[in-house]
Design a protein around this ligand. Structure first.
Ligand code: ATP
Ligand code: SF4
Ligand code: MG
Length: 410
């Protein structure tokens, strides 16, 4: 507890001066030129640093904090250097994905869920998008891990599909419309198993199609994506993602494009297959119902930061952050009649000009005096439950502040 008190003493909550709000979003020609110059300089420097780090195994090989995790996000900062300024899409997020578990990542549109998963796959739109701080550790066994932030492209090609794979939101756009299904699944298996013969590859593809519940596997093998329904296409994407038994599957809104009954089937399928191949799922979704039914752990994001994380029980039965409480209040409950569903007032702050106090304060109906200080620290309120909110400042254990990056120092 001594460290806790020390952190509380040194946190200097009331002394943080508030940023003055900009009167308009208008950018003058001069500002625009300055931003462009700055972006060019910074991205060039970051690309150079990345190229150097890619050659140095000391910078991309690391160790897991806990061997029971498959992925650890540690103060990850992913910024986009855009024409209107730096968008801090993900700013100092930390959470773990334990082995053989499902972690649900929820939050409203634009809060950084997809950018988090793209950072893990190293699929950010570079040079505009850059991971400028923190570590993403991927467990490769034997006590070793890759720090994805600095991992060279050739290594990433091996890891994608083999260790990490991704299922996207819209199966029609993630499958190639001009190639047959069989060819697209074969391609992934062949790439990661160059020693397999063509017959072995085809047999494995048919096995995968059967595994994802496709009855007419031989027929579907020679069909084009447009000949299949949305649910069937998503099953094919799952077959591709699971073909090499990855340690972690990222499912970014996997059921948004499907109707409710097919949604349930696809989620069941994912959950069953995950158990069969002993992998973990990072399930990104807007839908709290989906998370409640599937996730073991839940991470709630808001404006590029993790504001609350814990087990599904913690988040659904004891939500602590006013934003999570608001989310729970805003979902309809079967059997409960209400005139109007609750909605959280206000809007998310401008990502180019984030405040230096709690990002949720302008919408928070529970704010207190302390909330006028700097951004709240992570506070542990039970063994599994962590929240970033001053309401728990006195009774909880302070873990620390999210580490952000000052772009001027880059
Ligand atoms: N290529 C890009 N260039 C500039 N900004 C980007 C880019 N990609 C994402 N962003 C910004 O990053 C922030 C987070 O975006 P992200 O796509 O991660 O949101 P999300 O939580 O996945 O939202 P949704 O639920 O709608 O998919 C947004 O403010 C978005 O505008
Ligand atoms: S820190 Fe204050 S303003 Fe922010 S969510 Fe908690 S109570 Fe609301
Ligand atoms: Mg998204």
């Amino acid at each position: 507890m001594a460290k806790n008190d020390e952190l509380k003493k040194t946190s200097q909550i009331p002394e943080e001066p508030e940023k003055k709000k900009k009167k308009s979003a208008y950018i003058s020609g001069r500002d625009s030129r300055r931003i462009t110059r700055f972006n060019r300089k910074v991205t060039k420097k970051l690309e150079k640093q990345r190229a150097a780090a890619n050659k140095n195994p000391d910078l991309y090989m690391t160790r897991m904090r806990d061997q029971n995790n498959v992925v650890e996000f540690d103060n990850v900062c992913t910024y986009f250097f855009t024409d209107i300024g730096t968008v801090k899409a993900v700013d100092g997020i930390s959470f773990d994905v334990p082995k053989c578990s499902t972690v649900g990542v929820v939050g409203e549109s634009g809060c950084g869920k997809s950018v988090t998963s793209l950072s893990l796959m190293q699929l950010l739109q570079r040079p505009t998008g850059q991971v400028v701080g923190g570590e993403i550790r991927l467990n490769i066994g034997n006590g070793q891990a890759y720090n994805i932030v600095n991992t060279p492209m050739e290594k990433m090609q091996e890891l994608r599909g083999n260790s990490i794979s991704m299922i996207f939101q819209e199966p029609m756009t993630s499958l190639n419309p001009v190639f047959r299904i069989g060819f697209q699944v074969d391609e992934v298996i062949k790439l990661h198993n160059p020693d397999m013969t063509d017959e072995e590859v085809k047999a494995r593809t048919l096995e995968m199609l059967e595994l994802v519940g496709i009855a007419n596997k031989e027929g579907v093998y020679s069909m084009y994506p447009h000949e299949l329904s949305g649910g069937m296409r998503q099953r094919i994407c799952i077959a591709i993602a699971l073909a090499c038994s990855p340690g972690i599957i990222i499912a970014d809104e996997p059921t948004t494009a499907l109707d409710v009954t097919i949604q349930a089937q696809i989620l069941d399928l994912l959950q069953n297959l995950k158990d069969k191949i002993n992998s973990s799922i990072m399930l990104i979704t807007h839908d709290l119902g989906v998370v409640a039914g599937m996730a073991d752990y839940v991470v709630v994001m808001y404006a590029g930061r993790v504001i609350e994380k814990g087990t599904a029980e913690d988040i659904f039965h004891h939500p602590a952050h006013p934003y999570t409480i608001g989310l729970m209040k805003s979902k309809p409950v079967v059997g409960k009649k209400v005139d109007e569903l609750y909605n959280i007032p206000g809007a998310v702050p401008n990502p180019v000009d984030m405040p230096n106090y709690c990002y949720f304060r302008d919408r928070c109906e529970m704010h207190c005096d302390m909330c006028h200080g700097k951004y709240p620290p992570e506070i542990k309120i039970s063994d599994t439950h962590i929240v970033s909110c001053y309401r728990y400042y006195e009774e909880g254990q302070i873990l620390g502040y999210p580490k952000t990056v000052n772009v001027e120092d880059l």
